[in-house]
Design a protein around this ligand. Structure first.
Ligand SMILES: [Zn+2]
Length: 280
């Protein structure tokens, strides 16, 4: 009973999700309520292209638990307007927000890698200039990412690599560039040995947890029939991640929460529900 009640007061920050996604747009009030009931006090929601900056901003202004990030996902570079750098820079500068989702994705062999690197480097500069956290997507592009980091040096303001899929060695290397390593529901997959090894290798003060809502539905007991992920699933992802890394659940969750407070400190206040951010 004692452990059950102590678990109930655990708090969570979902370090990366997409609440603007059209698949869940109708259900946002329910999603926010269920997240709150589950102890998820903040949801860092990432826009992915200029077309969803507005929807992301609306959500953040309506729900104090929603913390926005603005960026151009590497899948959507064709959507860029001629003035996108200004649009993005103005948006981030004017609001309490992070940068992202941005990054490199070389999964599709036909992707324009040079263009991805150029756009991502621009996001890194923006985060550095404005001293904001950056929410990074890297898939099959680790060498290019490390090459870029060697050029730029460690991030001035910490950022995170979301839904980490790299090796344990890579996780440790990225920490040296002032990056946090964020683990998603992929850590719950029965065959997730590589991800679990990375989780075990990462420093205690450098890991985060996320859902990537509405994607990466975790392997959990009693899944929802609709198969769309949501932040309320973060506690069960955390429980599985904790047991796989051999750390007691309350310790694991409290540390993840403390880490999230660190990395998102420039855009979330210590006051619950972001009251400080409501200033005009
Ligand atoms: Zn994402």
């Amino acid at each position: 009973m004692a452990s059950e009640s102590s678990e109930q007061i655990l708090q969570y920050v979902d370090a990366h999700c997409h609440l603007h996604d059209h698949r869940i747009a109708q259900d946002i009030p329910g999603i926010v309520l269920r997240a709150s009931d589950a102890g998820v006090t903040r949801m860092v929601t990432c826009a992915t292209m200029e077309a969803n900056f507005g929807a992301t901003a609306t959500l953040a202004s309506k729900y104090p638990a929603i913390v926005p990030c603005y960026g151009i996902h590497p899948w959507f570079l064709e959507s860029l307007s001629p003035g996108w750098q200004q649009v993005l820079g103005d948006r981030v500068a004017a609001t309490a927000s992070g940068v992202g989702e941005t990054g490199l994705d070389f999964m599709d062999k036909s992707a324009d890698r040079d263009r991805q690197i150029e756009v991502f480097a621009n996001h890194l500069s923006l985060a550095r200039d404005l001293e904001r956290p950056i929410n990074i997507h890297i898939r099959k592009a680790w060498d290019a990412f490390i090459t870029l980091l060697k050029k730029t040096g460690p991030l001035k303001t910490p950022g995170l690599v979301h839904s980490f899929s790299g090796s344990a060695d890579l996780a440790v290397l990225l920490e040296r560039y002032n990056l946090y390593i964020s683990f998603s529901g992929s850590v719950t997959r029965p065959g997730a040995k590589k991800v679990v090894n990375a989780l075990k290798a990462v420093s205690r003060n450098r890991y985060l947890l996320e859902t990537d809502t509405p994607d990466i539905y975790p392997s959990i007991p009693d899944p929802d029939a609709h198969g769309l992920n949501e932040p309320k699933n973060l506690p069960v992802i955390a429980r599985i991640a904790a047991s796989r890394s051999g750390v007691p659940v309350p310790d694991f969750v409290r540390q993840a929460y403390a880490n999230a407070r660190e990395v998102f400190a420039p855009i979330i206040s210590a006051v619950p529900h972001g009251l400080r951010l409501r200033k005009k």
